[in-house]
Write a protein that binds this ligand. Structure first.
Ligand SMILES: Nc1ncnc2c1ncn2[C@@H]1O[C@H](COP(=O)(O)OP(=O)(O)O)[C@@H](O)[C@H]1O
Ligand SMILES: [Mg+2]
Length: 342
């Protein structure tokens, strides 16, 4: 996790994002949306950020795209500390490096413009010297790359003439237009039909392989994380509770929360689906929470878990934020039986 190693595309270092919630003129509280999160993404790697709604995934994405500024900690993109103050020119240069694909392909394209204009404008902003014909040729190339074929049939169309999946392809083409360092995809398939969603995931995988792209892929679904990503960070209540290679985590989840999340993931990973408890069981993010955020739901929790916050413990290739792994030397030493959640 060294920010100077140049094969690292992105590094979050002890990043916190606290929001101030005003209740009335005289009362306010602090909501810890992201609380001391560290991880890094290598160039050409897909990192999934996984967890239930409200655990801080989008806040991480927005900080990486400089929409939110961290309350503390640092975010490096290609060795540049983007959480520090940057001048306008630096910000403009940086905007190209991290491109965001949102959940809602309907809301992220301006309905007033033709899709070739939408994609062409991104090309033009970053390549002002190109002629109109050169830009149109690049747009056609991008339409082909994202599978909008025959490309000529799509020239002149408006977003409302496209299906949800086709719109998400345009959003991806617009992101690719500026040749970014990282694509931040925030639940890009969650508003699409399952089969269309799988097509979009396949497109993302194909682009990663052909163009050696780096992604931060946000999802609430462990199965789709494994399908798309190399590594994952499992988030719970603003904390990164487990991180490592997807295959390792899916085959043998270590943190009790990851075990619960996997147990509630439907086939093909488990025969029976367990229900994750309703979100009212999530801890109050405005409480001081100087203990394990999962302690109140965890069948393995001890008195210590309710009094003290665990660190990230290294277990083989993984990091796990749980006292159970404080002295673990290999992943095989601790075995949690999944039936604890039944
Ligand atoms: N701009 C904001 N102001 C106040 N609270 C926010 C803001 N954005 C997110 N939150 C809160 O931060 C927590 C994490 O939100 P978010 O990152 O959107 O979660 P996720 O994407 O995992 O569903 C939630 O409790 C949410 O209500
Ligand atoms: Mg979100």
């Amino acid at each position: 996790m060294d920010s100077n190693t140049n094969n690292i595309a992105v590094e979050f270092k002890n990043v916190k994002k606290y929001f101030i919630k005003k209740h009335s003129l005289f009362s306010k509280s602090t909501l810890k949306a992201v609380d001391d999160v560290s991880f890094s993404i290598k160039k050409g790697e897909v990192m999934a950020v996984v967890g239930e709604s409200g655990c801080g995934k989008s806040t991480l994405a927005k900080m990486l795209c400089k929409i939110h500024k961290p309350t503390s900690g640092e975010i490096y993109v290609n060795d540049l500390n983007i959480s520090s103050n940057m001048n306008k020119k630096q910000i403009l240069n940086f905007r190209k490096e991290a491109q965001m694909i949102f959940q809602d392909p309907f809301g992220s394209l301006n309905p007033a413009h033709e899709i070739n204009y939408i994609v062409g404008r991104s090309i033009k902003i970053h390549n002002p010297h190109l002629s109109k014909t050169e830009i149109l040729n690049k747009v056609i190339d991008l339409f082909n790359i994202v599978g909008l074929t025959p490309a000529n049939d799509f020239i002149g169309k408006h977003p409302n003439q496209l299906s949800g999946g086709q719109r998400q392809r345009i959003v991806i083409a617009r992101a690719l237009a500026v040749e970014p360092l990282i694509i931040v995809a925030d639940e890009p398939t969650s508003m699409l039909d399952v089969s269309i969603g799988i097509e979009i995931m396949n497109l993302m995988i194909k682009l990663k392989e052909e163009k050696n792209l780096t992604y931060m892929y946000i999802t609430h679904n462990l199965a789709s994380a494994r399908y798309v990503a190399d590594k994952m960070v499992v988030m719970y209540a603003g904390n990164a509770v487990e991180q490592g290679y997807c295959d390792d985590i899916i085959v043998k989840p270590l943190h009790p929360y990851t075990i619960l999340l996997l147990a509630s993931t439907p086939e093909p990973f488990r025969k029976e689906k367990l229900q994750i408890k309703a979100s009212e069981d999530l801890p109050d993010l405005t409480s001081p929470m100087n203990f394990c955020p999962f302690a109140l739901r965890c069948p393995k929790s001890s008195e210590r878990c309710e009094k003290q916050k665990p660190k990230n413990y290294k277990v083989g290739n993984r990091e796990v934020k749980c006292f159970l792994y404080e002295n673990a030397t290999s992943e095989d030493e601790i075995n949690i039986d999944i039936s604890i959640y039944k």
